[in-house]
Design a binder for this molecule. Structure first.
Ligand code: 7TS
Length: 409
């Protein structure tokens, strides 16, 4: 499948908004779904639905095969060593909470350290605040440069022998740049700490090899990579997952139940209490098939190229400030227009059929560091074209003229 004509597979993109073709530039918040994913979920509900891991009947077997088949697809996609190292969760936020409550509380003692950065999404920040409070661990921040990034020297200086966990994003949802997580993992391991990588943004744009990165945990959401909402993944090295307590107790996750005690199933099911997210996992499996047919290298090259195309043209516009480093943005650009609130800007762009995000992007500490309350953000994915970017640029120009006129009233 060639990336230049994938757009046709996304039914939602074939519509007009306020009289303009839809230019969807908000995939960093959530990506659109190709027909293959929609059909896979439809087929499951129309023909194969039953609960998993229990029925001996045909539908039960089909559903179980499809659900466990999706797990195998995820394991292959991220190059996990073992399929049972892939736990299905509700999404990135749930996965991080699971690690922060189950792993952190098992290993952190008073005075130990949890290291994160102020670049993190709230979902990779609040769970660690709570874990630190619950265990008496110290929450330490890798200091940021003026542009919001951090250096390896800063990482070296922050991680110590007391550090038990380092949690960082692979690609920032505000700056759009990738952190050197492989090197961070090496430093953490030298100090006896583990590394959890927030892959919510990276999983959609880059090839991820958890063994090559040598990360201990890697988490992501299905909905940012053309899969459904409500499904996500916690990858963890078996040795760590084995050590962790389940976060939910109930049906499905047990081996044997007595009146006062019980034992758990082996991995991965000990973390999947209750009827799991069957349709979500199947949809995620279909999304992986779709992305692999196009190829993650082609997707990354396309997304970077389109971002460069946008940034080069935005640089020529007066009154725009872009945030983050000049180079290395993978699929998004965060910016502000002088004297225009980003929400107003997003509203004017919507009037021209262009969907962007405005706000603090769930990164209030990073916003404060950058000295802004909110920003606008345009994000690009495999189905976007230069025509989408041109429509966006035209919208920006119209917004500038509009607000200049308003100012002179
Ligand atoms: N981590 C990062 C880096 C993210 O970008 C997001 C979502 C999350 C964690 C949380 O993912 P969830 O699927 O559990 O919600 N980021 C965004 C965003 O940038 N705009 O909307 C959601």
């Amino acid at each position: 499948m060639d990336i230049s004509d994938v757009r046709g597979w996304f039914p939602i993109l074939d519509q007009t908004i306020n009289g303009y073709p839809l230019a969807y530039l908000d995939s960093a918040a959530s990506a659109q779904k190709p027909i293959q994913v929609i059909e896979a979920i439809k087929q499951y509900y129309e023909q194969d639905h039953a609960n998993v891991h229990r029925g001996v009947h045909t539908l039960g077997s089909r559903a179980t095969e499809a659900y466990e088949g999706a797990r195998a697809k995820v394991a292959h996609f991220i190059h996990a060593k073992r399929v049972e190292e892939v736990i299905f969760t509700r999404g990135t936020t749930s996965s991080i909470n699971l690690v922060a409550s189950s792993y952190a509380r098992a290993v952190c003692k008073e005075g130990d350290e949890i290291v994160i950065s102020a670049m993190e999404h709230h979902s990779n920040l609040l769970p660690w605040q709570q874990a630190a409070k619950a265990t008496g661990a110290v929450l330490k921040y890798i200091p940021l440069e003026a542009d919001g990034t951090f250096t390896m020297e800063a990482v070296e200086n922050t991680i110590t022998q007391r550090t038990k966990i380092v949690a960082v994003s692979h690609i920032s949802n505000v700056l759009g740049i990738a952190n050197p997580v492989k090197q961070i993992a090496a430093i953490a391991h030298r100090h006896g700490a583990v590394v959890m990588v927030d892959g919510a943004q990276s999983i959609a744009h880059t090839k991820v090899d958890v063994q090559a990165l040598d990360c201990d945990f890697y988490v992501f959401s299905g909905h940012k990579m053309c899969g459904p909402t409500g499904i996500g993944v916690l990858y963890g090295k078996k040795a760590h997952l084995d050590q962790m307590e389940p976060s939910e107790y109930g049906g499905e996750m047990i081996a044997d139940v007595g009146l006062y005690d019980a034992t758990w199933k082996e991995l991965p099911w000990k973390f999947e209490g209750g009827t799991p997210i069957i349709a979500g996992a199947i949809g995620l499996g279909a999304a992986i098939d779709f992305l692999e047919q196009i190829g993650m290298d082609a997707i990354e090259a396309h997304d970077k190229q389109l971002t460069r195309y946008a940034v080069e043209r935005m640089k020529r516009m007066e009154s725009l400030t872009m945030y983050g480093p000049e180079e290395g943005r993978v699929g998004l650009v965060t910016f502000n227009m002088d004297a225009v609130h980003p929400h107003d800007l997003a509203t004017v762009l919507d009037m021209h059929g262009v969907a962007i995000r405005a706000g603090h992007h769930c990164c209030q500490p990073l916003m404060r560091h950058l000295g802004v309350g909110a920003t606008a953000r345009a994000s690009f994915y495999l189905y976007n074209t230069e025509a989408d970017v041109d429509q966006f640029l035209l919208g920006l120009n119209k917004a500038r003229t509009y607000f200049e006129d308003v100012e002179s009233w």
